[in-house]
Design a protein around this ligand. Structure first.
Ligand SMILES: C[S@@+](CC[C@H](N)C(=O)[O-])C[C@H]1O[C@@H](n2cnc3c(N)ncnc32)[C@H](O)[C@@H]1O
Length: 299
């Protein structure tokens, strides 16, 4: 028997339809295998599908398998995600390395042909840099993973202004040429580039739950703001404790997600309740990263 779907505060509520008609405040959070969850959903509805799949490195929530078997599983899930993707939509697949006898295999390299053969186009390979992780003795310690941003077509939703960051020299002006005296940069701020520094969710992070590898909410918020409009639907097929759900709801998007592990889904439900109550702690977008060389770490 399939595990039941549930809405956060209305366990008996019927499953809402996807898209603009989905009730915005009521995320659909399923404790279910993602292929089973996606099977019944209509084509072309999600504006953003953002996720981080298991990397096949033996975490509590995954059975370590061969890279070939992992890839076959990913192909099936990605093909279903592409079916569900809105024509102007984006898929953001966040991955790191598979490690085999100390050899690293970057999973985005392995996955590139899968997305490309399904007709998607890679727009950015965003480097997510973070400060903490395992200390390696025989190679350099890994301090980044990638978010691979794919779109179906060339006409995709893209709101750069929504994610601009403060310019280094906001008052800088052209000193020669036809625009002399005018501001040389965009007064709304600069493009955040394809290298993003967000602290990863370790024990001292305000968002930490029992999940071993959560997304920082601020990372998903940036994707949601840039790649969707208010009222659009966002889906995370490996939802974990619902960080993508929180990011979507914070910005008035409909949120859908599923995960196999009941305890993670329960935590996701709880986080949504806290968000509604105004008690959920999330690290603010654009808060500077702690810098021990500055007074109070620069905060
Ligand atoms: C890397 S974690 C994602 C964490 C998530 N980004 C968050 O912020 O909490 C991958 C998740 O995929 C879930 N998972 C693994 N296989 C799954 C499947 N077939 N269907 C749905 N979820 C699955 C695991 O339980 C785990 O929580």
């Amino acid at each position: 028997m399939q595990a039941p779907l549930f809405a956060v505060e209305e366990p008996q509520a019927p499953r809402p339809s996807v898209g603009v008609s989905a009730p915005l405040g009521t995320p659909v959070l399923a404790c279910q295998d993602n292929l089973a969850f996606m099977e019944g959903l209509p084509d072309g509805q999600f504006k953003l599908i953002v996720t981080s799949p298991p990397y096949n490195i033996g975490k509590d929530y995954e059975a370590k398998t061969s890279l070939t078997a992992w890839l076959e599983g990913q192909k099936r899930v990605i093909a279903e995600c592409v079916r569900l993707l809105h024509p102007q939509g984006s898929i953001c697949w966040q991955v790191g390395n598979y490690v085999r006898k100390r050899e690293i295999i970057p999973l985005d390299v392995v996955l590139h042909p899968v997305f490309a053969e399904l007709g998607l186009k890679l727009r950015n390979r965003i480097i997510w840099h973070f400060g903490h992780g395992l200390h390696c003795a025989k190679r350099l310690s890994g301090r980044y993973e990638t978010i691979n941003w794919w779109t179906l077509g060339d006409d995709y939703t893209w709101n750069l202004d929504a994610i601009r960051v403060p310019s280094k020299y906001p008052g800088k002006r052209h000193f020669k040429g036809p625009n002399i005296g005018k501001l040389s940069g965009n007064p709304k701020g600069k493009n955040p580039s394809d290298v993003w520094t967000f602290p990863n969710v370790k024990n001292n992070h305000p968002e930490k739950t029992a999940h071993p590898c959560q997304f920082p909410v601020e990372l998903v918020e940036r994707l949601v703001l840039a790649m969707t409009e208010e009222g659009d639907a966002v889906f995370d097929p490996y939802m974990g404790v619902g960080s993508s759900i929180i990011a979507a709801l914070k910005h008035g998007r409909a949120a859908w997600g599923c995960d196999l592990m009941p305890e993670y889904v329960e935590t996701a439900r709880d986080r949504v309740r806290q968000l509604r109550a105004g008690t959920l702690r999330t690290r603010p977008m654009n808060k500077p990263v702690y810098d021990p060389s500055l007074p109070n770490g620069g905060h």
